[in-house]
Design a protein. Structure first.
Length: 128
């Protein structure tokens, strides 16, 4: 019985923390990202890749997190069948901000990612 209570309590806390992160990430996205990736996450075809329903994003989550933290992915990438070759500007985000904006992106515009990106996860990727 205690285990079930602990499990339920843990799920509720996790869910609340993820929602708070997504809310903070939405504010960051609106301040820093939407001018290129657009309010609906569709980007500009051939110029700025979409984040909404992006095949690249979900198959390259680690690379995407590093790109947000360190200022973009260099070289060509193919997103939903379209080639993109532009440099994302470095936004100077802290690891917790990267986690928040990634949680927002990964759970917006039809995207759904069950896990929660944390500050510690971001720092682990950057410090490898």
């Amino acid at each position: 019985m205690r285990f079930i209570f602990f499990l339920f309590f843990s799920i509720v806390i996790f869910s609340q923390e993820k929602e708070k992160s997504i809310d903070r990430g939405k504010n960051l996205y609106e301040d820093l990202c939407l001018r290129c990736h657009s309010p609906d996450g569709n980007g500009v075809k051939g110029v700025y890749p979409p984040l909404a329903k992006s095949d690249f994003l979900f198959t390259h989550i680690k690379e995407s997190i590093i790109a947000v933290k360190q200022g973009g992915i260099e070289g060509e990438i193919v997103v939903n069948g379209v080639v993109y070759d532009s440099q994302m500007e470095n936004m100077g985000l802290y690891s917790d901000e990267v986690a928040d904006v990634m949680n927002y992106i990964l759970n917006s515009w039809g995207n759904k990612y069950e896990k929660m990106i944390t500050k510690e996860y971001v720092e682990g990727l950057i410090n490898k």
